[in-house]
Every structure is written in C-alpha cells, then in structure tokens.
Design a protein around this ligand. Structure first.
Ligand SMILES: *Cc1c(COP(=O)(O)O)cnc(C)c1O
Ligand SMILES: [Zn+2]
Length: 394
C-alpha cells in the first residue's frame, strides 16, 4: 500500500484505509499471480476474480454482484454498454461494497458509515443488512433521488440528513473515521472498495478483449481509477497489450476534473456549490481526484463535461433507441461519447465501452420528466385513438 499524497509505503493491512502518516489516500498495488489465466477462473461476478483482489477473506459477504451485461449498440457495432444497473441494488457500487463489507467483517468491525449521493447508501445498506452490521448514512437533505432513499429505508439503515452538498457529508465521515477508530468508512477513499470495482475491467476484457476507450461518468472519481487499475494490472501481467483511453465525463455544474484536464492543471479548482440533475455525480470536491487525473493522463485519455440538457436527451435517446434505461448520472457516459465523437476525441471506428453506472429506476422523477404521450380515456375509445393516429400519418 502506498500513499498518493506523501509516498509512505506499508505492507498490505486490511485494517488500514487511509495513510497512517498523513491521512492521505492509499493505493493498493496488485501483481497478478503468474498462474493467472481467464480460462481457469470459476464462478461469476466480482469474486470470480478473487485471485486479483487484494486481502484475505475468510467470510465473503456477497449478493451475487457483478457479471453485468455488456450490451452491443444497435447503431454502432464498435460501441458497448456495460449495464451496471443489473447489480443487486442497481448500481456498480455493489462491486466495491462486497469487498469493503467483507473486509469490515473480517476485521471485526460492527459499525459502518458512509456519506452518499444515494447509490453508495443503497448498496451499503443492503450489504450491512446481509452482514448484520449497524449502518449510519450521511445524505445531503432533499438531494437524493427517491429510489435510492427508498432502498436505504427498506434495508433499515439509520439515515442522517445534512444541509449542503455531498462534500459536507464526506468531510464529516472522514473526520468521524479518524477520531473514532470503531467505525468503518465505506466511501471510495476506502481503497478496498476500488478492488471490487476494478472487476469491471476484468469482465470487459474477458468478454471482448481490450477496447480502445472506456467512457465513465465521474463524481467522486474512484470508479474511473478503479477501472484503469484493473486494465493496468492485466497489462502488467501481459494478458493484454494496452490500457484503453479512460474518458471521464462530468456534469457541467460539477466538473472540476474535466476543467483541470482542459486547463492542464495539476490540482483542480473545486466547486463550492455543485449543481446538476445528475445527483449521483453532484460532487464539487472529488476525494479521488489525484487518482483520477493519473488514470486519465497515463492512459492518454481525457475528461469532458456535458450539460444537464445533454444528459436529459441522452437518457431519453438511450432508452428509446437502444431500449436501455439508466439514471441521469449514468447516461453522462452516453452524452460524453456523443460529444467525444463530435469533437473528434473519438471516432466511430474506436471500440468504446460506455459504463452505465446505475439503473433508471433509481430516479423515477427523471424518468417521468422525459415525457411521453399520456391520454386519460374511456376504454371504448382505444380503437378511435389508434385509427386517428393511422389517419394522421397517412
Ligand atoms: C457513484 C456513481 C457515480 C460516480 O462514481 P465515482 O466513483 O464517484 O466517480 C456515477 N454514476 C452513478 C450512478 C453512481 O452511483
Ligand atoms: Zn501519506
């Protein structure tokens, strides 16, 4: 384990979450065993790749996460959607949560805590329930999509709602973790979570080989790094010959990483009051910014931002053209891919995987806003409506 802030290095220790010397973010370096080969793997989902996941797990807390569909685009055969909405709680967060909660259980923790824009909360609540842990969730008041809030309630979490953005809650959780040794933090500054999330790269590689680009919505910026880490481990082991370009996509009102890339800054300028309808990426100060910039720059990738109206269009088009329903933050990858094509960052012949991070059902309000023809009618008038349409179109 190595601190990305001060360079401190330590042997692998599952109890260690932040740098013991400076409190910074740790990186877990993994070298695949020389015997690793896809053809020998057994099972399905995150734990199929357990040889690649750092740490020891006497007990594994799993709800069969991962193993999500890779859906080929109808309109471009070089484009694939990695549909993370098919995870047990409807987002990729489950991949990290199975590893982090298993670590917490193996290390004897009884209390877990997470700040969240909603999906980490829903996932953490489910895995804590399964593990029998007490969970406290810190949520930005009135800023969590109703599906995610409802899930957290269903799984029985204690919900602490705070004024302000996610970043306020994140800071409070970091402080709590540092001052109270008995609570285990489930946010993505916890590097064990990213060990689970990196399996997205393993699954893509096993199914279609290494793509030219992976397009990822970016909020707290852990996932783009985790996916890059997965590909990098495979490349270092000689199983693939390159790492795909990592293309991060942020919402315009919460885009410190995209702006840092555009302006070639070493440190992003953070956003005090992030705003976007894509609540899962409504984050002004991404805790994993350093890791994300490294993943983007080392892979010759880039980061861009899209407007809320581009996100709204993307959600509707993805649903109506491809039949795939994803929440607003998720379709930032679709909107971003569109923009990358338009701006010449990618071409139609580039093999690209777009990560659809969460299910459309997470945010029913946004689905309803997409608007469709709804008619209140007498059941006897159905024929009239259809015939009326036929006539209008002829
Ligand atoms: C958490 C989340 C993101 C952002 O992932 P980060 O690792 O925080 O960058 C994007 N989309 C959805 C649906 C999420 O739940
Ligand atoms: Zn440090």
């Amino acid at each position: 384990m190595r601190c990305i802030d001060c360079g401190f290095e330590t042997e692998l220790d599952q109890k260690t979450i932040t740098c013991p010397r400076c409190g910074g973010i740790l990186e877990i370096s993994v070298k695949l065993p020389s015997t690793f080969s896809f053809s020998r793997l057994r099972g399905r989902g995150v734990w199929r790749y357990s040889e690649a996941i750092a740490g020891n797990y006497k007990t594994v807390v799993s709800i069969n996460e991962g193993g999500t569909p890779l859906i080929r685009s109808k309109t471009n055969e070089n484009v694939y959607y990695k549909f993370e909405g098919a995870n047990p709680t409807g987002s990729f967060k489950d991949r990290g949560m199975t590893v982090a909660i298993s670590s917490a259980v193996n290390e004897g923790y009884k209390i877990v805590v997470a700040a969240s824009t909603g999906n980490t909360a829903a996932s953490a609540a489910a895995y804590s329930a399964r593990a029998g842990l007490k969970i406290y969730l810190v949520l930005p008041k009135d800023k969590v999509a109703v599906g995610k809030l409802a899930q957290s309630i269903l799984y029985g979490a204690t919900i602490l709602e705070v004024e302000g953005s996610f970043d306020v809650g994140m800071k409070a959780v970091m402080k709590l973790y540092r001052e109270m040794g008995i609570v285990y933090p489930l946010n993505s500054f916890n590097p064990w979570r990213l060990e689970g999330q990196k399996t997205i790269a393993y699954e893509i590689t096993e199914e279609i080989g290494v793509p030219d680009a992976v397009v990822v919505p970016v909020g707290n910026a852990g996932n783009i790094y985790a996916i890059w880490k997965g590909f990098t481990e495979l490349r270092n082991a000689g199983l693939i010959d390159k790492v795909p370009r990592m293309i991060g996509v942020q919402a315009e009102g919460a885009s410190p990483i995209a702006r840092a890339i555009a302006q070639n800054l070493n440190t992003p300028e953070f956003t005090e009051n992030p705003e976007t309808i894509a609540t899962a990426i409504r984050i002004g100060k991404p805790v994993n910014w350093k890791k994300a910039l490294r993943a983007i720059r080392e892979s010759q990738g880039t980061a861009i931002y899209v407007s809320d109206s581009e996100i709204v269009d993307a959600q509707r088009d993805l649903a109506r053209i491809e039949g795939v329903g994803a929440e607003p933050a998720s379709v930032a990858s679709f909107a971003g891919h569109r923009k990358a094509l338009k701006e010449g960052i990618l071409s139609n012949s580039d093999k690209a995987v777009l990560i659809l991070t969460g299910h459309a059902l997470k945010d029913p309000d946004s689905m309803v806003r997409s608007g469709s023809r709804r008619i209140t009618t007498n059941p006897d008038y159905l024929e009239k409506i259809i015939l009326g349409d036929l006539n209008a179109n002829s």
